[in-house]
Design a protein around this ligand. Structure first.
Ligand SMILES: C[S@@+](CC[C@H](N)C(=O)[O-])C[C@H]1O[C@@H](n2cnc3c(N)ncnc32)[C@H](O)[C@@H]1O
Length: 458
């Protein structure tokens, strides 16, 4: 059906913001036609200039506010919103937590599952400076080497020193590295010509261990002035334990290449999650908000109701964070994950922590479930922590066939969570407790949660 478009590009309209989209944009309706407006909050009266018109919606920009929301934080520095570092940075933290809870409630309601309750989102006391990892692009801007972040949807770099949501020790290390690159005239990589040396600076810091790793991602095999740069980092970053060169000479948007060369110190750093020691190398996946990851996974483990006698499957297990934490409360744990390097890390981490009752398999979780089912495995609890696209339907069916008593669903996407709750329902699993959202990424629109389902044989 053709929709009548009542707005025109570059025209201005008075409007009231009626909603906040899941991407964090204000929504205004002009003659019922939706216009998405960044940096506008529900309840605000604004003058909107239309910037782009599509067939079913438009984009606009606030030209003036007639009234402002009591939930607005006056963000002095617009670059956090411009770059997408903090797309909800203009919303008070308490309102961000409500926005995340409400998002799950709204999706449940649309799916006619509004009898399922959602608890208030578990937030952070200090919802800033939480990230334990930074990957910042390096570019030449008006003749000077800069580190920062790209403007949303572009490759135009905004120079930044305080990244707002990163560990401040990481921010300081990036400034030290940037100044050394400037001092020794190392050229930034230029995407258009594929020339230049340095592409990205990555820094990781252990939340508990305080061990810090600097990774210099280069387009070239040789890093000019490597000794001087390494000495400068060692002198300027007291916590550094590892300096690595990563070579990425491909024309690609991927940040890291496959080859690492340790320039100084150790090949990996360590940190702990839920009391388990993890080795973190440049290419390892590791959760970026360790404090909230512990709360998210502890919520999942507490709800699994383990007393040491159960068999548990951890599907989509990554480096085995959940599996290894569960192992001390279970008889046997089986983890499955599609990325071979992550399973290598999981096995390695099991060994270094002396955990013998966790087995890890590489593969698609849905295929491995079929194999376990054929082999007669009878799990008591299935934990799933899938990517955004949710759980494969065949995995849900296999869970039903294996008759697991409980399913703990750790979700990073409420839309697929709600879809999967319905599918689990077809296998006899029902949500037995209110859903618990946990804020893993304050200042952003990401919504994580834990749902507990039990098989009720009805
Ligand atoms: C949200 S993460 C889970 C992280 C994990 N719990 C951890 O702590 O490291 C989702 C994981 O699912 C993996 N994955 C994606 N599709 C998969 C599939 N079909 N089968 C198994 N694993 C898959 C991804 O590689 C990723 O590690």
């Amino acid at each position: 059906m053709k929709v009548k478009v009542p707005v025109h590009k570059n025209e201005e309209y008075p409007a009231k913001v009626v909603d906040l989209s899941y991407e964090g944009n204000g929504v205004v309706k002009i003659d019922d036609f939706p216009v998405f407006v960044p940096n506008a909050l529900p309840g605000e009266e604004v003058t909107v200039k239309i910037t782009k018109v599509a067939s079913h919606f438009a984009w606009g920009r606030v030209m003036a506010w007639q009234t402002k929301s009591p939930d607005r934080v006056d963000v002095k520095d617009k670059k956090y919103i411009q770059t997408g570092i903090a797309p909800l940075g203009h919303l008070k933290y308490a309102a961000q937590l409500k926005f995340k809870q409400h998002q799950i409630e709204e999706l449940l309601e649309k799916a006619h599952l509004d009898d399922i309750e959602v608890l208030p989102t578990m937030g952070m006391d200090q919802p800033y400076h939480y990230r334990n990892k930074a990957q910042v692009p390096v570019k030449m801007i008006r003749g000077q080497l800069q580190t920062g972040f790209y403007k949303r949807g572009s490759h135009s770099l905004v120079p930044i020193e305080d990244f707002y949501i990163q560990d401040p020790k990481i921010d300081s290390a990036i400034v030290v590295v940037r100044n050394l690159l400037r001092k020794y005239h190392v050229t930034p990589y230029d995407e258009r010509t594929s020339k230049g040396v340095i592409r990205t600076v990555m820094v990781r810091r252990g939340y508990y261990s305080h061990e810090l790793m600097v990774v210099l991602v280069t387009n070239t095999r040789r890093l000019p002035m490597a000794d001087q740069i390494v000495n400068g980092i060692v002198a300027g970053v007291p916590e550094v334990k590892s300096i690595v060169q990563n070579i990425n000479d491909k024309r690609t948007n991927r940040l890291l290449g496959d080859r690492n060369r340790t320039l100084w110190g150790k090949d990996e750093i360590h940190d702990q999650l839920l009391g388990i020691d993890f080795a973190i190398s440049p290419l390892s996946f590791y959760q970026v908000n360790p404090q909230q990851t512990e709360r998210l996974y502890q919520t999942a483990i507490d709800n699994a109701g383990l007393d040491g006698s159960q068999t548990v499957i951890d599907a989509y297990c990554g480096i085995g964070t959940i599996s290894l934490a569960v192992a001390k409360h279970a008889k046997q744990v089986y983890g499955v994950e599609i990325v071979p390097a992550a399973i290598e890390d999981a096995k390695h981490n099991a060994k270094r922590n002396g955990i013998k009752n966790a087995q890890f398999v590489v593969g698609k979780a849905e295929d491995q479930f079929a194999k376990w089912q054929a082999a007669g495995l009878k799990p008591d609890v299935v934990i799933v922590d899938p990517p955004r696209k949710g759980v494969a339907e065949t995995l849900i069916e296999a869970t039903g066939q294996m008759a697991s008593k409980k399913v703990i669903y750790v979700s990073c996407n409420p839309a697929t969570l709600v879809r999967d709750i319905k599918r689990f329902g077809e296998q006899g699993y029902h949500v037995v407790k209110p859903i618990q959202p946990v804020d893993q990424f304050p200042q952003t629109t990401h919504v994580e949660s834990v749902t507990v389902l039990e098989r009720t044989d009805k």
